[in-house]
Design a protein around this ligand. Structure first.
Ligand code: HSE
Length: 303
């Protein structure tokens, strides 16, 4: 086989209190085709997000990740490679676009090498490239993931929430580079803030597994990253309040931002929640679009 198309879901890391730990995959997808060609060198065609500036060289994660696995398995066999992307996941907005590129590249190379590695083995490589596992894990496995680093190795437990849940991703036009958002996080935090987050992250996992979604309002609160990043997303607190007032359980910064994601019951008026959040951003001069999403069960897969 010389050609494979893979589909990778968008992901939302942290899920409020689970900084660098919790993540979920949702039903917004990039599709990427990798083709080994006779013509040497790299070719790239992009439709959608990033089409104006992605190039087939430099730090392009889709190529670099592919080659990381390809070179390992084939002992550096020199190839021509054509990559064709249909990108729907917005970039630098906290929906895991870099993880999706990493996972697409690793998974596609592995698929072209007869699935040499397991997804668990790919998780380690993906985490090494991304720096933390909370986006790459749900991009690989789908569902809701709890990830943990031990002695440099990533471990991830994949779970599915007990009952359906809707995710309203409100995506501002303004990008927020993860490196900038991570610089705001202090090296140490007060013990009572650590306790606050431990209790809420635990409650969040319990609420999702038991279907006791009445706890989600409290369980999605955070003191480890959101307060430090709030100044980077104008109107953040009011957007949270607008989501709740319109019927969401609560809302959080998706990943490092700038997307704000509300969690809501399937019975809630998700359009109303989305509109209310978009209108609140507009009061702060920020144009935003939105996606009403479900959880993705599969993670990356071949099409
Ligand atoms: N856990 C990461 C962060 C996710 O919040 O910085 C973004 O890559």
């Amino acid at each position: 086989m010389k050609k494979v198309t893979v589909r990778v879901p968008a992901t939302s890391a942290n899920c409020g209190p689970g900084f660098d730990t919790l993540g979920l995959a949702c039903t917004l997808y990039n599709e990427t085709t990798y083709e080994i060609t006779d013509r040497k060198g790299f070719q790239l065609e992009v439709t959608g997000e990033g089409s104006e500036y992605l190039k087939p060289f430099g730090r392009n994660l889709a190529f670099a990740s592919f080659l990381r696995i390809w070179n390992k398995i084939t002992d550096n066999e020199r190839i021509g490679l054509k990559v064709t992307m249909i990108n729907r996941i917005p970039m630098s907005r906290g929906l895991g676009s870099s993880s999706s590129a990493i996972v697409a590249g690793l998974y596609a190379a592995n698929a072209l090498c007869d699935d040499y590695y397991t997804k668990e083995e790919l998780l380690d490589v993906a985490t090494d490239i991304e720096g933390h596992p909370d986006n790459v894990a749900p991009a690989l496995f789908g569902g809701f993931t709890i990830s943990c680093m031990e002695e440099g190795k990533a471990h991830s437990l994949r779970l599915m929430p007990e009952k359906p849940l809707k995710f309203i991703a409100v995506v501002p036009d303004s990008k927020l580079p993860t490196t900038l958002a991570r610089q705001t996080i202090p090296a140490t935090v007060p013990h009572h803030d650590a306790v606050y987050n431990t209790s809420r992250a635990s409650l969040l996992v319990g609420a999702l597994l038991s279907g006791h979604y009445e706890y989600l309002g409290m369980a999605l609160e955070d003191k480890l990253h959101q307060p430090y990043r709030a100044h980077l997303i104008p109107g953040l607190q009011d957007v949270f309040e607008a989501a709740k007032a319109a019927g969401a359980y609560n809302a959080i910064i998706s990943g490092a931002g700038s997307t704000v994601m509300a969690y809501a019951s399937p019975e809630a008026d998700c359009e109303r929640i989305a509109q209310s959040m978009v209108q609140t951003f507009a009061k702060y001069g920020e144009h935003a679009c939105y996606h009403i999403l479900d959880i993705d069960k599969d993670g990356v897969k071949k099409l």
